[in-house]
Design a protein around this ligand. Structure first.
Ligand code: TGC
Ligand code: FAD
Length: 390
């Protein structure tokens, strides 16, 4: 078996079902064949590998937890997590595309959409015919999305949408966007905006040193006429977009483990082969400390993610529990990337190894979907009952 041998120090595999392992191995095999050989080149060119769209759909990475009657894979949340782990082992940017499509576009349409909206959009999103984007963040409202100024007005037979969203994954290449905007009363609602609607543009954000293989951009709405049937009627208020973030943040908690495993595995192999002072550098205590701490942290993160997955499957995972896992696991992966980079010495800064790309990607992952600080404050509010955001 020449598949990547994932570290599994506490035999976490024994906690997985046959279906989980099948999903994971299929995804792992696909990532190894389709992503690993090309990703460095695309990242260097700052280009999203658009040809992967179809393959991602084929392995079920768009809406794994959406029921099959709407084109999803009908899998549980642990399978979703394992898929994100394997895809992010390839690249955080490719995982981002899947997170947005599954948790931020398909999830709200499935949860809060009408039957017609579900039938119209979900199968096309699942098959990759449509790529979606999620517009919550604005230039002046990032951590505080409740302050958003993007708005829509009821014009009788349609809505008129104005405003702009910033830092939106998939924006330049999206076919539809789930956009959060305020009505006349200041209440937040989700609207499905389609490419081609007059006044809707998606300029690309250039000059990123992070998530270079993911397309990021703005969503700009200049008097866009949105048909009334494109409003998601099932839920309004800030809780609606935040519930989508719960699903995406959950997936990121798993995805970060994939990155950490890749960095650890790369560093361990290198340390065993690289000779200095007549010994492999793995023989030196300082390098062993780094590697031993890495596997300890990966193991803790795996257990956190697995338990969270069980709770999520039972619909018992709280938002605060999800925040804790997203925060812990992303920081864990970023620290491991930095240490792994050092183990490789000068070689660590090149694109011949994946570590530097992973490290730079994680600088976005630790900021988006709620910054590291915001997740800490969510835990703080949960345990004290006192919100320290405002
Ligand atoms: P607050 O007053 O606490 O809450 C407002 C309402 O929302 C409810 N709520 C939630 N509901 C569901 N899920 C959650 N996680 C929820 N958290 C809160 C809450 O009960 C309340 O409901 P109600 O009925 O009482 O109105 O809101 P706040 O304005 O004080 O903000 C709280 C805070 C700071 C935690 C929240 O705004 C936050 O999470 N900020 C971070 C913003 C963020 O994460 N943005 C992410 C943008 S999307 C993105 O980054 C995609 S990257 C994609 C990729 O490429 O992978
Ligand atoms: P700010 O909110 O301005 O925060 C700046 C700093 O201040 C941070 O360190 C923060 O922790 C700190 N801070 C803020 N408030 C507090 C407080 N109350 N207490 C203490 N410290 C605080 N958004 C979308 O809607 N859709 C997407 O698809 C999407 N994709 C993204 C892709 C990329 C590559 C990136 C980088 C971002 C993406 N985002 C997306 C936006 C992302 O969610 C925001 O960047 C994030 O929520 C932080 O907002 P901000 O950048 O405006 O930072």
């Amino acid at each position: 078996n020449d598949l990547f041998q994932a570290p599994d120090y506490y035999l976490v595999d024994e906690l997985l079902s046959e279906e989980h392992k099948l999903v994971r191995d299929t995804t792992r095999e696909w990532v190894k064949r389709e992503v690993t050989p090309i990703i460095e080149e695309y990242a260097q060119r700052a280009e999203f590998p658009a040809h992967l769209r179809k393959g991602l759909a084929e392995i079920g990475a768009y809406g794994p937890f959406i029921p099959q009657e709407y084109g999803g894979a009908g899998l549980d949340y642990i399978s979703y997590g394992l898929m994100m782990q394997e895809i992010e082992r390839g690249d955080s940017g490719i995982r981002s595309t899947c997170s947005v499509q599954s948790s931020l576009v398909m999830f709200p349409i499935y949860k809060y959409g009408t039957e017609e909206q579900k039938r119209k959009y979900l199968p096309k999103l699942a098959s990759g015919e449509y790529l979606g984007a999620f517009g919550l963040t604005e230039p002046n409202y990032g951590s505080n999305p409740g302050g958003m100024v993007t708005n829509f007005r009821d014009m009788g037979d349609h809505y008129l949408l104005n405003g702009s969203k910033m830092w939106i994954s998939n924006a330049p290449i999206c076919d539809i966007a789930v956009v959060w905007a305020k009505n006349e009363e200041g209440r937040i609602h989700g609207l499905i905006v389609e490419r081609g609607m007059e006044g809707f543009t998606t300029p690309e954000t250039k000059n990123k040193w992070s998530l270079r293989a993911s397309a990021t951009g703005e969503l700009v709405f200049d008097n866009v006429r949105v048909p009334k049937e494109n409003l998601l009627p099932g839920r309004s208020g800030l809780g609606a977009p935040l519930s989508c973030l719960d699903s995406a943040r959950y997936g990121i908690a798993w995805g970060a483990i994939g990155v950490a495993m890749d960095c650890y595995d790369t560093a361990l192999r290198y340390a065993k082969q690289r000779i200095q002072f007549d010994k492999p550098i793995a023989a030196f205590q300082l390098q062993q400390k780094k590697l031993a701490e890495m596997i300890t942290e990966i193991t803790k993160a795996q257990l956190l993610a697995w338990r969270l997955g069980v709770l999520r499957n039972e619909d018992r995972a709280t938002s605060a529990q999800i925040s804790m896992a997203k925060r812990n696991n992303v920081e864990m992966a970023l620290k491991i990337a930095r240490e792994a980079r050092q183990i490789l010495g000068g070689m660590g800064i090149t694109g011949d190894y994946p570590i530097m790309r992973h490290m730079m990607n994680l600088e976005s992952v630790i900021t988006y979907e709620g910054t590291h600080d915001i997740h800490l404050l969510i835990t703080g509010a949960d345990i004290t009952g006192i919100q320290a955001f405002k």
